[in-house]
Design a protein around this ligand. Structure first.
Ligand SMILES: NC(=O)c1ccc[n+]([C@@H]2O[C@H](COP(=O)([O-])OP(=O)(O)OC[C@H]3O[C@@H](n4cnc5c(N)ncnc54)[C@H](OP(=O)(O)O)[C@@H]3O)[C@@H](O)[C@H]2O)c1
Length: 290
């Protein structure tokens, strides 16, 4: 059975991948900078080995891939505020790991990019991710690039807005997507360890318009639906203003978010988790906390 090095296990998707790897019996090394953020119950697992290192520091990675057959990386900036750019992390940090993988004779590298990333390289995040994809494709290693739609973790915003009584959507709300739950996507990533596919586009089991997602959120929040549709001209003006007045670390995530919500994001369907169930889970979690 392959031995895996997982980078990103302290994040949303990486946490589910770690659980899936351990459930399937893979010997797993997790490369982390803060082990306290690992999913509950994993830290003491007998098949888990920890390496504490900064992936952005090439020297710190020395020998992390020794005896490793397959590397999986979900490392990338989402909400982190470390003062680093997408080029520092999504590209360079993953490249550091790729170089170390090559040096240690790793067979395969599995990387998480984003659906349509190769067509969106004018966005800072996609420019960095696709630069890494290019390096990986030319590395000589076997590889698999996973291209997911949006994650359920981000769809939680719909529920948060619904609780407050109004949801803001870009355009007329009729763009559609099939977001995917971390557990469903983790199963796709772990299957990629043995599958021969080089590129996997992945979305969840339900294709919904933004209006339908909003209605689902209101029904679980038990609030009367109130949706404000932000016209495209206003979105474009806002984006221009943010691009002009802020640095790339601020506008990068905003331009990505607005761009993917201003188009259809539909990929082949995987898994069985529904958004309705996810919103119910958040609601239960919130009730438990308060
Ligand atoms: N969210 C979406 O809808 C979506 C859709 C398509 C693709 N993606 C991509 O999928 C990947 C995983 O997303 P996610 O939602 O699981 O992200 P996440 O929860 O933010 O996890 C990202 C991981 O990267 C690590 N990381 C980030 N900056 C780092 C740095 N400077 N040094 C070391 N480690 C760093 C984080 O470590 P710490 O925990 O220590 O911060 C974490 O383990 C990302 O590359 C994202 O761009 C996301």
């Amino acid at each position: 059975m392959s031995k895996i090095l997982l980078a990103g296990a302290t994040g949303y998707l990486g946490g589910f991948i770690l659980k899936e790897l351990l459930r399937k019996g893979f010997e797993t090394k997790a490369l982390v900078r803060n082990e306290k953020k690992l999913p509950e119950g994993c830290l003491a697992h007998p098949k888990l080995e920890l390496i504490k290192a900064e992936i952005t520091n090439r020297d710190a990675l020395k020998d992390c891939c020794r005896d490793i057959d397959v590397v999986i990386s979900t490392v990338g900036i989402t909400r982190q505020k470390d003062g680093l750019t997408y080029m520092d992390v999504d590209y360079q940090a993953n490249l550091n790991l790729l170089e170390e993988a090559k040096r240690n004779g790793v067979e395969k590298f599995i990387y998480i990019s984003v659906l349509n990333g190769e067509k969106l390289t004018h966005l800072k995040i996609c420019e960095a991710k696709e630069k890494f994809v290019w390096a990986l494709k030319n590395s000589g290693l076997d590889y698999c690039i996973i291209r997911p739609t949006g994650y359920f973790s981000d769809m939680g915003e719909f529920f948060e807005m619904a609780k407050k009584g109004r949801i803001y959507l870009f355009g007329n709300g009729e763009h559609r997507m099939n977001p995917i739950h971390g557990a469903d996507l983790a199963a796709v990533c772990v299957n990629a360890v043995v599958s021969g596919e080089k590129e996997i586009l992945a979305g969840g089991p339900e294709i919904l318009s933004h209006n339908q997602m909003a209605e689902t959120a209101f029904s679980i929040a038990v609030k009367k639906p109130k949706i404000t549709h932000i016209p495209n001209w206003l979105t474009k003006s806002l984006l221009f203003l943010i691009r002009t007045c802020t640095g790339s670390k601020t506008y990068g995530p905003i331009e990505f978010f607005i761009t993917v919500l201003s188009r259809d994001m539909i990929a082949p369907e995987y898994g069985n988790h529904t958004l309705k169930e996810y919103f119910k889970e958040i609601k239960l979690h919130n009730q438990f906390k308060s």
